[in-house]
Design a protein around this ligand. Structure first.
Ligand code: SF4
Length: 448
């Protein structure tokens, strides 16, 4: 459980030396308790006090790093039940299931197809991270397929086997990729725990219920393991969802350290078709799965999940922004129209998408408005006529395009006069209010 400021103060040197940047140890303790200071700012904390404080300030749900390379990810580390209370930190990891008895050519074909599911949105590459490889009873095939995935793809791995020998061989072939070992059960917890400890790899633990998980995670923790992922065993949607919520609440509200770990869920074992699986995965993305294992990745399932995840795992207090500048859409030339809007990522995303869809070659100028949408930015003085005019002048668009006409968003019609003053010789045209009307607007101008 978190310590209070006074409890933290008792562990500090109480010399008031000010080196941490505040006048007293008490002030520092208060800042530490409220998360406004880092323990490392005080160089004089004794090792014993540091251990106690680090333990007390550790996140209630352990962050667990899985994988290596561009698709490495961390799961867990969450501190709130609801995103609006602060933010969610580590996005749900998506994995696709494959059985180790798959033919090598088929596996390669799946890897190529799954690798192609990468989507550029708001400056980010959205893609799934993992493959869950399930042992089909042949240890050599399990290790060989694990090796193939680890060595020839960017995907990271969940290694699924109940056999410690098969797991050891697969771990041996792939440990450079930091796979997740799945998983320890009451029957094999000692052997799997020892393997995870020896290799330093994260370990998933499965039980038949939340209650049955507690002695297992307690035992693994006593063995010195920290990077644990938990599976409450339910494969029935309602119960599995309830488990996710109970686990999250127990860790955050009751300070139950035995359940303070990210979870793994298996929509692939809860539905008979990918559409239903995708809906279940969408629910678990919102509440509160660390890892979601699907039976397959298809564009129509993984794309909406990635978008949902993007929206849930962004900081609600920091709007997503696009970089200020000139964006070329549909190969514009020196006679193409010039549009301007704000740098709120969603605005950029929607406006650029509509222009692209219109197939009209255009220049889109994105002005820094601190991530606010058009109306909000205008109301807050971040998209005033003077500012927009000055930005257009400085942007360098005149070097690329002879068109001296600027199309401003319909919702910012009020700035037209000021922009005109700032840009002598330019025509300022008020564009549509809604982005959805941009294609008709642009095509109408072309036809005129
Ligand atoms: Fe106290 Fe440490 Fe800050 Fe010095 S640096 S005032 S000892 S908390």
């Amino acid at each position: 459980m978190a310590l209070t400021g006074i409890q933290i103060f008792k562990l500090l040197p109480k010399t008031n030396c000010k080196e941490c940047g505040v006048p007293t140890c008490l002030a520092f303790a208060m800042n530490l308790a409220s998360g406004k200071a880092e323990l490392d700012s005080c160089p004089y904390v004794s090792p014993e006090a540091r251990e106690q404080l680090a333990e007390a300030s550790a996140p209630p749900i352990r962050p667990v790093a899985i994988g290596k390379g561009v698709r490495a990810a961390t799961t867990g580390g969450e501190t709130v039940l609801y995103r609006h209370e602060k933010t969610f930190y580590n996005k749900t990891i998506y994995a696709a299931l494959v059985k180790a008895d798959i033919a090598e050519a088929d596996l390669k074909a799946k890897l190529a197809a799954w690798n192609a599911y990468q989507f550029e949105r708001v400056g980010l590459n959205l893609r799934p991270e993992m493959i869950a490889l399930k042992d089909a009873g042949d240890a050599a095939a399990f290790a060989a397929k694990a090796k193939l995935i680890a060595e020839t793809s960017e995907f990271n791995l969940v290694l699924m086997s109940e056999s410690i020998d098969a797991m050891k061989a697969a771990v041996d072939a792939t440990k450079f990729k930091r796979p997740l070992i799945y998983g320890a059960t009451a029957a094999n917890v000692d052997a799997f725990g020892a393997l995870a400890k020896e290799t330093g790899l994260p370990l998933a633990v499965k039980a038949e219920s939340i209650d049955a998980l507690i002695p297992l995670t307690t035992k693994l923790t006593e063995m010195g393991l920290k990077d644990i992922v938990i599976d409450s065993g339910s494969r029935e949607v309602k119960q599995a969802l309830q488990d996710q919520i109970v686990i999250r609440r127990a860790a955050l509200k009751a300070g139950n350290r035995a359940l303070g770990f990210p979870t793994i869920t298996f929509p692939c074992e809860m539905a008979s078709n990918l559409d239903v699986e995708t809906m279940i995965a969408a629910v678990f993305t919102a509440k509160y799965a660390g890892i979601v294992v699907m039976s397959d990745f298809k564009g129509e399932s993984i794309f909406p999940l990635l978008l949902e995840r993007l929206n849930i795992f962004t900081d609600p207090q920091r709007p997503m922004t696009e970089t200020q500048g000139i964006y070329e859409i549909n190969n514009p030339n020196e006679n193409s129209p010039i549009l301007v809007t704000t740098n709120f990522a969603l605005t950029y995303f929607i406006v650029s998408g509509e222009i692209e869809g219109s197939r009209v070659p255009s220049w889109l100028l994105i002005k820094d408005s601190e991530g606010l949408s058009v109306m909000t930015a205008w109301a807050a003085g971040k998209f005033s006529g003077d500012d927009v005019g000055a930005f257009v002048k400085k942007s360098g668009i005149s070097d690329k395009c002879k068109t001296q006409e600027l199309i401003i968003p319909g919702y910012a019609a009020a700035i037209a006069g000021d922009v005109e003053e700032e840009l002598p010789g330019w025509t300022i045209t008020v564009g549509p209010r809604e982005a959805a009307h941009i294609p008709a607007f642009l095509k109408g101008r072309q036809a005129a």
